[in-house]
Design a protein around this ligand. Structure first.
Ligand SMILES: *Cc1c(COP(=O)(O)O)cnc(C)c1O
Length: 401
């Protein structure tokens, strides 16, 4: 399932004739087909978490599919609006909304906000008064559970995302006359691959969230469950089954009695549509182990260093050689630049290209492209079976001052 299709592979092989440095390629045809069943249901309203991949053509494809947009910065907002998307379809989450940022968002026409602190509520009310408008607000809640697991989003550990129930209860919502408190937002677990576990987590939230809404006097119109739907990064992992997720969500919707259930999808929406093509510089043996040195590393794909989880990789050409475990290292002068220990054909060598899959989300813009002054990777899309260069590779001179 991580393999390229025959046509994707032909396009990738073609592009490697032209490119000499690593590049990304996103298949918009595959993405559009993947999005159809996601929006084809009446249970959950879907927003795209733009941080997963803010490329214009990706945003346009989600727009066409009927997604709304969750943005967390002025840059993301401007990128979404530049694609001709109306600000009414934009939601603003994020722990660092300053008064200035809120003003910018409201001036641009955004009316729905997830508040993550008392100050954010105060500032939202202040800006709404300045503009003489009403804003819709969801309060972001941080719950703690008994048997929670640890993960990158924090789980039970203290995070800056929202506030605990006790803190929210200290706020008198009636004081904020310019704000309509429409619901609650919660998102604490990332990259989950089990519908059962997700359903259990959502289930565990129902009681505390309903109690909190009751204490605060909020009539719960909207419950936003955030993101956290995973995609498989390892060959033995199975994908989530969308219909059973929708069933689990339908149950939550019924139990909570909310009018609308929302989610902001990042990884699950776009992760599987992207590839990263990476030239092999050389193979060497070191202390009895095989190493591959590749042109691009965590300067283009930071995620393995942050999560300890490799992106799946294959050799682009056919090889009859048996597979061996290779330690795959990028070009940076730090041992952190390790893309994983991956099984690859034993004859993988200089002049070959590796193709990393599941790179449509948390690739290019999550990385650290400036360290050591390598080229910025090019970005291609595939549309109607043809490749289009959206961003050519750029040398360090383009960003060095
Ligand atoms: C990042 C983010 C998401 C998307 O997370 P995925 O795991 O990629 O689906 C959703 N909601 C919020 C508030 C986020 O910050």
């Amino acid at each position: 399932m991580h393999c390229l299709s025959t046509s994707q592979r032909a396009i990738a092989q073609n592009l490697t004739q032209r490119e000499t440095t690593p590049f990304f390629c996103y298949d918009l045809d595959q993405l559009a087909a993947h999005l159809i069943p996601l929006v084809d249901q009446q249970i959950v309203k879907l927003w795209y978490a733009v941080k997963a991949n803010p490329l214009s053509r990706i945003i346009q494809t989600l727009d066409k599919a009927g997604f709304n947009f969750d943005v967390a910065s002025n840059g993301e907002l401007n990128q979404v609006l530049s694609q001709g998307i109306s600000p009414e379809r934009v939601l603003n989450t994020g722990p660092a909304k300053s008064l200035q940022q809120i003003r910018h968002f409201v001036a641009q026409g955004v009316r729905i906000f997830v508040a993550e602190s008392h100050n954010q509520v105060i500032w939202l009310n202040q800006v709404a008064n300045e503009y003489d408008i009403q804003l819709q607000v969801l309060l972001r809640v941080q719950l703690r559970f008994d048997k929670a697991e640890h993960n990158p989003l924090g789980g039970n550990t203290l995070t800056p995302f929202g506030l605990g129930c006790e803190q929210w209860q200290q706020l008198d919502l009636k004081e904020f006359k310019a704000l309509e408190f429409v619901g609650l937002h919660i998102f604490q677990w990332g990259n989950m691959l089990s519908t059962e576990t997700l359903a259990e987590l959502w289930q565990a939230m129902v009681k505390p969230l309903l109690e909190l809404a009751d204490t605060l006097g909020i009539e719960l119109k909207v419950l936003d469950l955030g993101g956290g739907l995973g995609i498989p990064y390892q060959p033995q992992q199975a994908s989530l089954d969308w219909p059973s997720l929708v069933e689990a969500l339908a149950q939550i919707k019924q139990q909570t009695g909310v009018e609308e259930l929302w989610m902001e999808l990042g990884r699950y929406a776009v992760g599987e549509c992207g590839f990263y093509l990476n030239p092999v510089v050389e193979q060497k043996t070191n202390y009895g182990e095989l190493q591959l040195i590749v042109s691009g590393g965590i300067n283009h794909l930071l995620r393995p260093a942050v999560t300890g989880q490799a992106f799946p990789a294959q050799l682009l050409r056919d090889s009859a050689a048996s597979e061996q475990k290779f330690h795959v290292h990028g070009p940076l002068c730090t041992a952190l630049d390790h893309l994983g220990d991956l099984p690859l054909p034993a004859d993988t060598s200089s002049g070959d290209w590796l193709v990393f899959s599941q790179c449509g989300a948390y690739g290019y813009t999550e990385s650290m492209p400036f360290f050591l002054c390598h080229e910025l990777p090019a970005e291609y899309v595939i549309e109607n079976g043809k490749s289009i260069c959206v961003r050519p590779s750029e040398p360090a001179a383009s960003y060095l001052r």
